[in-house]
Design a protein around this ligand. Structure first.
Ligand code: ASP
Ligand code: MG
Length: 309
């Protein structure tokens, strides 16, 4: 399997799956307590929305379609992500986070990446009036705390993998630097070359990530990438909140405006914000060095595979 420098598990079968789940339960517990301590309100997830994340343009996405559901004469979309809901929620509520189930129907070839699922859960958060460095500092606090809380977890001993040792602050690169060094598919070689997670900024992607007003063609967004070949951990951005710029970008991206009508009706009242989302399964996979992210799901959702149930 391509992807991370995975380890062959010492224990196999149900025992191994139980150890993964044991760790996953504690990761969720620590995530919840972190956001609670940091003063975020937790929203329950929305699964069907009148608009959802277009997931593009983004070289990291290969989604074949967004699921549409007609219900009582109205059109709903299954959540690719709650990014658009997050923008509205911060306006009304302030700092929020969600343990958000996402469905992303990726192409079957993505199974080989080791890190793609067609159904997963992300910890998705948003902060009103925040800048990117505030979000990145919060994420670094999260990982440092998680590492120290989980260091003694019995799963690491039974799986025979070293416990995490996160030592932020982490290096920051731009996509331009990494492309120059590794070519257009920079993520995996860059990830293999590092020993700590690192930040990558300035991706050209969805309309909701803010373009730098002083440097058009540059973007105020960021990904966190795991080391040792495990790849993308998190993505986030300062948001575009100016309705005229949002409309222009939707037009430029060739996204069907009809699917964004409900969002555009609200766009005149957006406020500046920044946030990010990280996949829970990818985090657990990285911690246990599992060969595939689907290994840490009890009910695997790997593109192209037929699930047990
Ligand atoms: N939740 C977003 C996503 O899935 C990440 C973000 O906050 O930008 O793309
Ligand atoms: Mg995104």
């Amino acid at each position: 399997m391509k992807g991370g420098e995975a380890r062959e598990p010492r224990i196999v079968g149900d025992e191994r799956r139980r150890a993964y789940l044991d760790l996953l339960s504690d990761v969720i517990y620590e995530t919840e307590s972190f956001f609670h301590e940091e003063g975020f309100l937790q929203l329950l997830p929305v699964m069907l929305g009148r608009s959802t994340d277009p997931l593009g343009p983004d070289p990291g996405s290969s989604v074949v379609k967004t699921v549409e559901i007609d219900y009582l004469g109205q059109r709903f979309y299954l959540m690719n992500s709650m990014i658009l809901h997050k923008q509205l929620a911060v306006r009304d509520i302030g700092k929020i986070w969600i343990l958000s189930p996402n469905v992303r129907l990726e192409r079957p070839e993505r199974a080989a990446s080791g890190k793609h699922l067609f159904e997963f859960t992300q910890a998705d958060f948003e902060i009103p009036n925040a800048a990117g460095d505030e979000v990145r500092a919060l994420v670094e606090r999260f990982f440092a705390r998680l590492g120290s809380r989980l260091r003694g977890h019995p799963a690491f001993r039974s799986l025979d993998v070293p416990p995490p040792s996160f030592s932020p602050p982490w290096a920051t690169y731009t996509t331009h630097e990494l492309e120059a060094r590794y070519g257009p598919s920079w993520e995996e070689p860059a990830s293999r070359a590092e020993r700590q997670p690192f930040w990558v900024t300035c991706h050209r992607r969805e309309f909701y990530d803010r373009e730098d007003p002083e440097r058009p063609g540059h973007y105020r967004n960021y990904d966190l990438v795991y080391p040792a070949g495990f790849g993308e951990a998190l993505s986030g951005a300062e948001r575009e909140w100016d309705p005229a710029r949002i409309r222009t970008r939707i037009g430029r991206d060739g996204i069907p405006p009809a699917a964004y009508e409900a969002y555009l009706e609200q766009a005149d009242h957006l406020v500046p914000s920044a946030g990010a989302g990280f996949g829970i399964e990818r985090l657990v996979r990285f911690l246990v060095r599992a060969p595939h992210v689907g290994d840490v799901q009890l009910f695997r959702r790997v593109p192209g595979e037929t699930p047990s149930l």
